[in-house]
Design a protein around this ligand. Structure first.
Ligand SMILES: C[S@@+](CC[C@H](N)C(=O)[O-])C[C@H]1O[C@@H](n2cnc3c(N)ncnc32)[C@H](O)[C@@H]1O
Length: 502
């Protein structure tokens, strides 16, 4: 079990064997440092591994916020032959690293494993182990609220390290989450840091740290000639057979640039608007299984509710496993986000009483999206939620599969907020789009853009880039597609393509 202190400081000490594998990998690939720095050195395994690998003729500098770690590191280094080292108990956020790096010769190696903790986790345990400006990526409003502004503090540290290395010849080699490494590189590329060759090398975080996350050794060289905007991802600590080359291509971060180039002709605008499913939370209150004339909620309570607000529900796992006959129903209190929920008292009085009885649980829903909205409100509802047909995909699974979703006894099936869909008016239309989206070319396009280690790999941002007109043309289905894609009435509103077409 992790202690609060361990959580707060993202404290996962690197096993010495893994630290040695990293330093051996670096020396085997030409890294021959003039000095080694471990910015959050913990008990010092990376410093020990570095001295063993690079020898005693160069200085070694270790820093950590935890004085006990520094004491242990000091003992560990004292046992190494010849190393000239300096260990300092210091908070990462307090250091002027630019000046420090300038005081050292060119050819530095910055190695280690920065803390594995997100700002959200730190917020939840009221820790102040955070940089002063947390929202450094500049997310505002909804993005900040919905977690796009959530980041690993290692992301912030790695960016600061690369920033301080501008104009300095150095190698940064750090263990971190794969998503963190990518975000750091994207930041570096977008902000013109002088990062040259960079690579990600997969590792087994479960085996080394007991955590199930996609992690890697992130290596980046700075201060060399020529900046790049691509990096290779490898399965392990080798430079053979890259799994993918990702990078910035026409201002966008692309997961596999070569794959993308093979299908980029279908990159375009969203002729149909992609929608998310509904968000309701408090699933035990809002979800039911039908039982004769009654409805059984997640607490096992039977209630005789009007069917007015109950809709068959499918979730990501249902879509992914082709379970398209809903076994659950969801209580939707609104047809649009602006609806006044108290009308339910008139139209469906038993449902209203049920909501009042379970009001406490619903009032406790934590997401700030419910704040200043009618009591019992849901989120992500609109006319599209109730379209009779949909082409839907789960945002959570690694295999992109689109499904045709219809209705049950005339009641439209709705999806939860882990799914995305295009609303359709007829089955024929949904089947048509579904077959196009399940084509090899569309799936290749998605695979080229999507980082499958992300928690929610498939996003609306990816889906809306599939240009259905161009896809149809490539599949010789242009004429049929035109009949559906000129019909903007069903999708009236502020569609992105209208802006693009302007
Ligand atoms: C993931 S551990 C890795 C330790 C060491 N680098 C290794 O590879 O074994 C992260 C380390 O960061 C240290 N740390 C956390 N927050 C820090 C901060 N604000 N300043 C300096 N060190 C910090 C922790 O004490 C911990 O030793």
């Amino acid at each position: 079990m992790k202690t609060t202190a361990q959580t707060q400081f993202g404290d996962f000490q690197t096993p010495i064997d893994l630290a040695c594998q990293v330093t051996q990998f670096l020396i085997a690939n030409g890294v021959s440092p003039t000095a080694v720095i471990e910015p959050t050195c913990g008990v010092g395994n990376f410093l020990v591994a570095s001295i063993r690998t690079f020898g005693g003729g160069i200085p070694y500098h270790g820093f950590d916020i935890n004085p006990e770690h520094i004491d242990i590191a000091r003992d560990a280094l004292a046992g190494q032959e010849g190393g000239c080292y300096e260990l300092t108990c210091e908070n990462f956020y307090d250091k002027d690293r630019t000046a420090f790096f300038r005081s050292l010769p060119e050819g530095l190696l910055i190695v280690g494993n920065p803390p594995w903790v997100t700002n959200a986790t730190l917020g939840s345990i009221r820790s102040d182990n955070l940089p002063k400006k947390c929202n450094f990526q500049g997310h505002r409003g909804f993005a900040a609220k919905t977690g796009r502004a959530n980041f690993d503090i290692s992301e912030w540290m790695l960016i600061k390290l690369l920033e301080s290395l501008r104009g300095r010849q150095a190698t940064l080699a750090m263990l971190c989450k794969t998503a963190t490494a990518r975000r750091v590189l994207r930041h570096a590329w977008n902000h013109g840091f002088d990062v040259g060759e960079a690579s990600l090398h997969g590792m087994d975080a479960k085996q080394s740290f007991g955590v199930s996350v996609d992690a890697c050794l992130f290596v980046a060289h700075t201060g060399g000639e020529g900046h790049r905007q691509t990096a290779h991802a490898y399965a392990d600590f080798r430079f053979t057979d890259p799994v993918a080359t990702f990078g910035v291509y026409r201002d966008e971060l692309i997961a596999d640039i070569d794959l993308f180039r093979s299908v980029e002709d279908i990159d375009g605008v969203a002729y149909r608007k992609w929608r998310s499913g509904v968000k309701h939370d408090a699933a035990k209150v809002m979800e039911f299984k039908p039982d004769g004339n009654a409805w059984v909620n997640g607490f096992g309570e039977r209630h005789c509710l009007e069917s007015t607000c109950l809709f068959p529900l499918l979730k990501s796992s249902d879509l992914a496993n082709d379970r398209l006959q809903p076994s659950k129903y969801v209580l939707l209190t609104q047809r649009q986000v602006t609806d006044d929920t108290s009308c339910i008292g008139l139209n469906a009085p038993r449902t209203w009483r049920y909501l009042l009885t379970h009001g406490d649980a619903l009032d406790r829903r934590r997401s700030s999206i419910y704040a200043r909205r009618p009591r019992f409100a849901v989120f992500g509802v609109g006319p599209y939620t109730f379209s009779p047909w949909k082409v839907a995909i789960s945002g959570l699974y690694k295999t992109p599969v689109f499904r045709v979703i219809g209705s049950v006894n005339g009641v439209p099936i709705v999806l939860d907020d882990t799914c995305y869909f295009i609303p359709c008016e007829t089955r024929e239309e949904a089947v048509f789009f579904c077959s196009m989206l399940n084509s090899d070319i569309a799936k290749t396009f998605i695979r080229s853009l999507v980082f499958f280690d992300a928690k929610r790999p498939i996003t609306i941002d990816v889906l809306k880039r599939i240009d259905l007109k161009k896809l149809a043309a490539r599949m010789n289905l242009g004429a049929k597609a035109a009949s559906y894609l000129t019909d903007v009435v069903f999708e009236a509103g502020q569609q992105p393509f209208l802006t693009f077409e302007k």
